[in-house]
Design a protein around this ligand. Structure first.
Ligand code: AMP
Ligand code: MG
Length: 421
């Protein structure tokens, strides 16, 4: 592993901060794409990732059919596109799922949505435009009729032989429906990845307990588990781990052979109470980065046993934001998802940024959609401990390092609320 900033310790001079782009590229290059696959029933395939292209062996629809409840008509040549007032004898009734007889010239068949167009019919008129005679034997239409009205042709949706879903797609309800529509019952998907998590900090307690002086609740555990569930990972959660080297080493040991990835929060700085770095160095390989970003300067990355490792900072906003910016695309690549990178859109900032900052900032904003593009309002408290800023926010605006701007500037925006994320 070619680490840009390796092997520094607190005794040494701090290395220069790494740019976020470099760190992210390095991390994503190191993410292994999956090889193991399994078959899953359609109803169990939501959020799984396709391991092969899906090709249709049939046309959908498989036959020309009616788009309306109405009358299928065999127009004579002299009736096409002429002023209306033609009468057609009703000779058949075709409901969805049944096959009609050949329709003679100048005749009509009562037809329902989805029913096959009978041989001979060359147009369909919706029932609201048809006047049926009192005896029910004929239908009169008062407007000009052209060929092929309201006929859904064979293969209109899918042509036989077409690739309908591509390898690397994370399956949404509509994708699963499309597979069903071509008669596929099982899909080959990549095996789920297993992520082990634990949380460093002697101050942390579970929200089931009363706080003692100096203690705080472990909110990162719930954030991480929820984010991993969103990503459809299997999770092994060791919860709080004591701030000692031994406890950190044994937590990592217990996870390293059963997990594809281990994620921790806290303890990734270089203070005496930060044991993640020495523990990882003992068991595997570690890169600890100081990244030119805020929130979330320290981020650890490495490998132990068969597992990759990502150590997120402890502050709750930093943990969530770095998970979103680094761990999420990393996991998506490991899952075999094609579009694993975070997407951005442009929004206009409803605030000034007077003093250029050394680090790239990801500020919590709420969007106002009454403007185009949408405008971003800043949460007043942007500290990395202010978890309520993330609950208030719709997303993050990315403010480049060394820049200043006035209200109205267009910047990248990452949504945190898109349900597909
Ligand atoms: P650390 O990165 O361990 O130095 O922690 C930085 C800050 O984040 C400290 O104020 C910790 O108390 C806080 N913190 C660390 N882990 C958690 C956690 N799991 N939940 C909530 N706050 C945490
Ligand atoms: Mg700590």
């Amino acid at each position: 592993m070619n680490n840009p900033v390796l092997n520094h310790s607190c005794e040494q001079i701090q290395p220069p901060l790494l740019t976020m782009d470099k760190a992210l590229n390095f991390l994503l290059d190191a993410a292994k794409t999956p090889t193991q696959t399994c078959n899953t029933l359609l109803n169990d395939s939501l959020d799984r990732v396709l391991a092969q292209n899906i090709c249709s062996t049939i046309n959908v629809p498989g036959f020309d059919n009616s788009a309306m409840d109405g009358y299928a008509i065999h127009l004579k040549n002299e009736q096409i596109n002429r002023p209306g007032g033609f009468t057609f004898k009703i000779t058949d009734r075709i409901s969805a799922g049944s096959i009609g007889n050949t329709l003679e010239s100048g005749c009509a068949a009562r037809i329902f949505t989805g029913a096959p167009i009978p041989k001979g019919a060359n147009t369909v008129v919706m029932q609201e435009e048809c006047e049926v005679s009192d005896d029910g034997n004929s239908v009169e239409i008062w407007r000009p009729l052209s060929l092929n009205e309201n006929i859904r042709p064979m293969g209109n949706d899918i042509k036989s032989g077409a690739i309908i879903l591509e390898k690397g797609l994370k399956l949404k309800p509509q994708d699963i429906a499309l597979a069903a529509s071509v008669g596929i019952n099982t899909l080959e998907v990549f095996k789920k990845i297993k992520v082990g998590v634990f949380f460093t900090g002697d101050e942390l307690v579970s929200p089931t307990l009363a706080l003692k002086p100096g203690q705080i609740y472990n909110s990162n555990s719930y954030a991480l588990v929820a984010m991993l569930k969103h990503l459809n990972c299997d999770i092994v959660n060791l919860n709080n781990v004591e701030d000692t080297l031994d406890a950190t080493v044994s937590a990592l040991e217990s996870l390293q052979y059963q997990c594809d990835l281990i994620i921790t929060t806290g303890g990734v700085s270089v203070g005496e109470e930060d044991h993640v770095k020495p523990a990882l160095e003992k068991l595997g390989k570690l890169s600890l980065w100081r990244i030119k970003m805020k929130p979330g300067k320290p981020l650890a990355f490495g490998q132990i046993g068969k597992s990759a490792f990502i150590g997120l900072p402890g502050n709750p906003v930093s943990a969530l934001v770095t998970f979103f910016l680094f761990a999420r695309p990393f996991i998506k690549k490991m899952q075999g998802i094609n579009n694993y990178k975070n997407q951005t859109t442009q929004v206009q900032c409803n605030f000034d940024w007077r003093a250029p900052k050394l680090r790239r900032e990801f500020v919590r904003v709420k969007l106002d959609h009454s403007t185009a593009p949408a405008s971003a309002n800043l949460y007043p408290k942007q500290g990395s401990d202010v978890l309520s800023s993330l609950v208030w926010a719709h997303g993050l605006v990315e403010i480049p390092e060394d820049c200043s701007f006035s209200q109205g500037a267009l910047l990248n925006y990452y949504s945190l609320t898109d349900p597909t994320l």
